[in-house]
Design a protein around this ligand. Structure first.
Ligand code: ZN
Length: 529
């Protein structure tokens, strides 16, 4: 398997020779470092000639240190653990010399650096039959670029692979968060001689010794591999999905990639609920910029929306017959149409195992703004009668909310108190799944005022115990916040989530790291319809 790594290194050499072919005697150039400031250990991105180059921290000073990591050069680096607050000159260096420097401002540490948290495990290559050798990708929040990876108790050869710098903490106080996230990093690990169908125990350990553990089940056969864990087998993503009818759904023509999470949704609507034309790009962005690292090192979830825009995507965009109300299942109410009647008539059954189906309708019988199967494949958006229907941001939010239910997410989500899954207004849960934020978008700056961003939570906020709430310190940055909406900033027992009791313990939850994408797996509400 080390041959694979060598092959990758060979590729890097090829790229290097190609890129540097005309100027291979030049020292590197450094264009930018982003963000240009950070806390100790925070990951920064380097824009410049990073291939085979090192980052030179404190270049020209007595504290000068060379930092190298990653198979393809130091496109990312972490601020040294011991870096003093203040301005530090940073340059790139290769065998031909050193670039001009740029300044990085180091902020004073705020609280302890957290343990890593595994977000996703995937496959970037598999060879052999019994046993197999696997190139495993492990993505984690707050993972060091020099973290070690152990599989089934043995430390394996690993290199830094994907990386995602995060800058939101720079304007906040990390110590006031429950799990401040400085960055996401991904390792590529060489795992030799493991059995198909076996479950791997994966441990990542940062250089301070803090670790996290997760398991990963290998497929029973190489042919049933789903490298990126999106519920679409590699063979479907590269060669098309053959439906039970014998017809092929041409997934690659729709843009699937076996090493990037793809989610497919077909959307139809009634004329009265024709979506604002601007929402599609916004919805795409929500997923494209998600803090998710794929086996190929790329960022985000690739949402493939068929709204009848053409090319390989001509199934959606049907204008459906009008109704007064719509829901899942039959009803004899006047003007009512069953969602599944529409689906039978307008959705190609060959897509049943690979596409979600969504309808923008008029209203549900109970008047709610929409409904999505929690861990399933069907959802509806039904708030034409709401004043906020006119706002594109509310249409985006309700689509993302109901689709989020399909991806296994709930209003309060997994909690140390399981009954809270349907808590709809937790103060420390910045997600479009919350009723606080479904229409306007979430707030990420320590109050309840929306910044009009739709997304799911990353699980960063601290616990709130309703038996002893301090509104003076709020949910972050010690910013006072009237959580129970009584018009006063107080300390004591209170109903912070507006659910009628004052004894809950509320935890934030990492939704992006816990999406359930394989909607027809056992345990889902797929129901074969
Ligand atoms: Zn909901």
């Amino acid at each position: 398997m080390r041959g694979k790594l060598l092959a990758l290194a060979g590729l890097a050499l090829f790229v290097a020779a190609h890129l540097l072919g005309t100027g291979c005697t030049q020292p590197p150039t450094l264009n930018a470092i982003a963000p240009g400031q950070g806390y100790p250990r925070q990951l920064l991105a380097v824009d410049g000639t990073t291939l085979f180059a090192s980052v030179v921290w404190d270049v020209g000073l007595p504290t000068e240190t060379e930092i190298y990591n990653g198979l393809f050069g130091t496109a990312y680096f972490q601020i040294p653990d011991t870096a003093a607050p203040g301005v530090h000159p940073v340059a790139l260096r290769n065998s031909n010399g050193t670039s001009a420097s740029q300044n990085v401002t180091v902020l004073a540490p705020s609280g302890a650096f957290p343990a890593p948290r595994i977000e996703d495990i995937g496959v970037f290559g598999i060879s052999g039959t019994a046993p197999v050798n696997v190139l495993l990708t492990v993505a984690a929040a707050n993972l060091d670029t020099d973290a070690t990876v152990a599989v089934n108790g043995t430390t394996v050869t690993s290199v830094r692979w994907g990386a995602l710098p995060i800058d939101y903490l720079l304007t906040h106080t990390p110590a006031t968060y429950g799990y401040p996230i400085y960055h996401y990093t991904q390792m590529l690990s060489v795992v030799d001689s493991v059995a198909l169908g076996s479950t791997l125990t994966v441990v990542v350990t940062n250089h301070d010794g803090l670790a996290d553990t997760a398991t990963y089940m290998l497929p029973g056969a190489v042919a049933s591999l789903d490298s990126d864990g999106d519920g679409l087998l590699d063979s479907w993503e590269t060669g098309g999905y053959v439906a039970p009818s014998g017809d092929t759904v041409n997934l690659p023509a729709m843009g699937t990639d076996k090493w990037r999470k793809d989610v497919l949704v077909e959307v139809d609507w009634i004329a009265a609920a024709t979506p604002n034309a601007t929402i599609w790009g916004t919805i795409d962005t929500v997923f494209q910029f998600a803090p998710v690292l794929n086996p190929n090192g790329s960022r985000g979830v690739n949402l493939i929306l068929d709204r009848g825009q053409g090319g390989a995507l001509t199934g959606g965009g049907d204008t459906l017959a009008d109704h007064t109300t719509m829901d899942f299942g039959p009803s004899t109410a006047a003007g009512y149409t069953d969602f599944f009647t529409y689906k039978t008539n307008n959705f190609d059954n060959d897509r049943l195992n690979v596409f979600h189906y969504a309808i923008f309708g008029r209203a549900r019988p109970n008047g709610s703004s929409g409904r999505g199967e929690v861990y399933g494949n069907d959802f509806m958006i039904t708030f034409v009668n709401f004043a906020v229907w006119a706002q594109a941001v509310a249409q985006v939010g309700t689509f993302v909310h109901e689709f989020g239910h399909n991806l296994g997410l709930t209003h309060g989500d997994v909690n140390n108190t399981p009954a809270q899954w349907n808590e709809t207004r937790k103060p420390n849960f910045p997600t479009t799944m919350s009723y606080r934020y479904q229409f306007p978008g979430v707030s990420i700056d320590c109050d309840f005022t929306s910044e009009a961003i739709h997304t799911f939570s990353q699980g960063a906020f601290a616990r709130i115990n309703e038996t002893n709430v301090n509104e003076n310190i709020g949910i972050c940055d010690n910013a006072p916040l009237d959580m129970n909406g009584d018009g006063a900033i107080t300390v004591g027992q209170m109903d912070a989530s507006a659910d009628g009791d004052n004894t809950d313990v509320h935890d934030d939850f990492d939704q992006w790291g816990n999406l359930l994408l394989d909607f027809d797996a056992p345990g889902s509400r797929w129901n074969n319809n």
